[in-house]
Design a protein around this ligand. Structure first.
Ligand code: SF4
Ligand code: MG
Length: 324
């Protein structure tokens, strides 16, 4: 297994108390595999990714337990310089907001080239040539000219292509994309997602795709992990989850996705709001919103039930949900 997150716990100290952002997340990603991590905002999907990348640097954030194994080594036990070497060459991240992720005062070419200067010891001139090549690769037109331009001179979609180029520069084994298309227009979203999927296939990279949009994952992902209140509530191969969700929350999310075969059916998102991470509900954290909650759900936190060999559900009543 390329990446294995084991029982990860992350807390944030806030003025109002301790926010439990990640509460025992475990998942694995094989080489070349695409895992979609799905959840509402505040479900812990980005925080988990930031912990994996080693960029959980917001001062109050703290990893309080667990392991993050990359090619079998626990990243949480490495020195910062070893970590930095893995970042870039081993794994890279694409952020939602390319404008704030890129350096505004460096040309795009200098930023792309920097990767090759720092990690590959290339000359500035060779690095510049590599930058142009990469920009071509992500289909930015007139790369030779645009390599001198600054991030603000690019459209949102083109900027996201630059981010993808940065992430791919050193051909990492793993890319984590955190809502990579959320900030873009719908048509541009599809183009950027297609590009990402194409490059992933071509380079055989593993991809962790973080999204709140079930609509985008069906074509791209091999497996889905659904997060709620800092836990994975269901994980399964993509087609299984679409056909027969084994958790009421997943079912709710699926019902909120417009589908052709559901024409005319009323759209309803999952009712209610995600809980405050300062005060996560007892038992099953989903119980205040769950249409099938019972007494036991308020007192007993469901473990991960093995639904089948590579499926899990954290619902006491997963059988009813599955065969319901
Ligand atoms: Fe709903 Fe209970 Fe299952 Fe939680 S454990 S999802 S509250 S039925
Ligand atoms: Mg997020």
């Amino acid at each position: 297994m390329l990446l294995e997150v084991r029982d990860l716990h992350v807390e944030f100290r806030t003025r109002d108390g301790v926010a439990k952002a990640v509460n025992g997340v475990s998942y694995g990603v094989d080489a070349g595999e695409t895992l979609a991590v799905l959840g509402e905002s505040g479900s812990g999907k980005s925080v988990t990714a930031q912990a994996v990348m080693g960029i959980l640097d917001t001062p109050p954030g703290r990893i309080t337990g667990g392991e993050i194994l990359f090619r079998g080594r626990d990243l949480l036990r490495l020195k910062e310089e070893e970590r930095r070497a893995i970042r870039g060459a081993g794994m890279a991240m694409i952020f939602q907001d390319a404008l704030s992720a890129l350096n505004p005062v460096l040309s795009v070419g200098d930023q792309l080239g920097e990767m090759f200067v720092v990690h590959r010891g290339m000359s500035r001139k060779d690095a510049r040539a590599k930058a142009v090549e990469l920009m071509d690769r992500v289909r930015i037109p007139a790369a030779k000219e645009r390599v001198r331009q600054y991030p603000h001179q690019f459209s949102g979609g083109m900027r996201q292509r630059v981010m993808i180029a940065m992430a791919m520069a050193l051909e990492p084994a793993l890319i984590i994309a955190d809502e990579p298309t959320t900030a873009l227009d719908v048509t541009v979203q599809a183009q950027v997602m297609d590009l990402l999927a194409e490059l992933r296939r071509e380079y055989g990279m593993a991809l962790v795709l973080i999204t709140h949009d079930l609509g985008v994952v069906a074509d791209v992902a091999d497996r889905i992990a659904v997060m709620y209140a800092g836990r994975i509530v269901e994980s399964a191969p993509v087609h299984d989850i679409y056909q027969t969700p084994a958790h009421p929350y997943t079912r709710g999310l699926l019902d909120s996705v417009p589908r052709l075969d559901h024409k005319g059916r009323e759209l309803h998102a999952v009712k209610g709001l995600p809980p405050s991470l300062l005060d996560i509900p007892s038992g099953c954290a989903f119980h205040p919103r769950c249409p099938t909650a019972r007494d036991v759900c308020r007192t007993d936190a469901p473990p991960r039930y093995e639904v089948s060999e590579n499926r899990g559900s954290a619902c006491h009543f997963w059988r009813e949900c599955l065969y319901g």
